[in-house]
Design a protein around this ligand. Structure first.
Ligand code: SF4
Length: 280
């Protein structure tokens, strides 16, 4: 289903960020047609004038030109924190591209996070930004589960785009998140992506948002054998699953000859073999 498209004028597109590793965030759209069932930003649907569920609307932002782009030299800018900068609307409205064009030569450091391969369109532009990083979220290699969870590009398309950027010399990453207990095969994903990225970050599913009910309903209907595990983790607060997964991650990294680090500041450098970083 095509989302309802709106237009919103905003004064500024750059907002200060408290996220680790990002000085500023840029969200060229409000809403996201990728409609991930576990989206942490889905609460924003409640504040939308469109009234539909998350994924059913996208507002296209138009902003005043960035004053003094050079003032952002050395600053890490995240695209995006509450939307996907390369969701389908970007093919037509090109707001992410407009932002990148306006910042070319500024010396800012880009961190792009997406579930799309539309970013390939902007490869030549992105590679002009020193230190640019492009990361794809991949939390399964199972397309059926992926389709159950989001309406973004297929996993194969994301992996192909990651390879193209990597081969073009752009720093690439894989964000294995959110890890679904009993479903996400972290080991298989690491083995699949290790030849095409510099950093593999891993984070678990948290069910503190309003989408908890949706996920529990999904598990009950489609993976009932996992329901006791989910109740143990999310209703009884048992952290043993994550502790075990942390140990497994360290073991997989050792088997694969990859550096392993616990997440947090400062971020590990992305200049050697892909580091496995756990935020679990
Ligand atoms: S791609 Fe990101 S912002 Fe978009 S719905 Fe999924 S989790 Fe939310």
């Amino acid at each position: 289903m095509e989302p309802v498209i709106g237009v919103v004028p905003v004064r500024q597109i750059l907002t200060k960020s408290k996220l680790p590793g990002a000085d500023y965030a840029v969200n060229p759209y409000v809403g996201c047609a990728h409609a991930c069932r576990y989206c942490f930003a889905s609460f924003m649907a409640r504040h939308s004038v469109h009234g539909g569920p998350w994924g059913s609307f996208v507002d296209v932002k138009y902003w005043e030109p960035v004053k003094r782009p050079g003032a952002y030299a050395g600053k890490r800018i995240l695209l995006s924190s509450v939307t996907d900068p390369y969701q389908p609307a970007e093919a037509k409205y090109r707001r992410t591209r407009a932002f990148l064009e306006s910042m070319q030569g500024s010396g800012c450091r880009l961190s792009i996070l997406t579930k799309s391969d539309l970013v390939l369109r902007d490869l030549d532009l992105i590679r002009t930004f020193p230190g640019a990083e492009v990361t794809w979220s991949v939390n399964t290699l199972d397309e059926a589960f992926r389709r159950d969870m989001d309406r973004a590009a297929s996993i194969e398309r994301r992996l192909a785009a990651m390879r193209t950027f990597h081969e073009a010399g752009v720093v690439t990453g894989c964000f294995i998140a959110p890890v679904f207990p009993g479903i996400t095969d972290v080991r298989a994903i690491i083995r699949r992506v290790r030849d095409r990225c510099r950093c593999i970050e891993v984070d678990g599913l948290n069910l503190r948002g309003p989408y908890a009910r949706t996920i529990f309903a999904y598990i009950a209907a489609r993976r009932p054998a996992l329901l006791p595990l989910y109740e143990d983790i999310y209703r009884k607060g048992n952290g043993a699953y994550w502790a075990h997964l942390r140990e497994e991650l360290a073991a997989v990294a050792a088997e694969e000859g990859l550096p392993f680090a616990e997440g947090g500041s400062p971020r590990p450098r992305w200049d050697g073999a892909p580091a496995v970083v756990s935020y679990l």
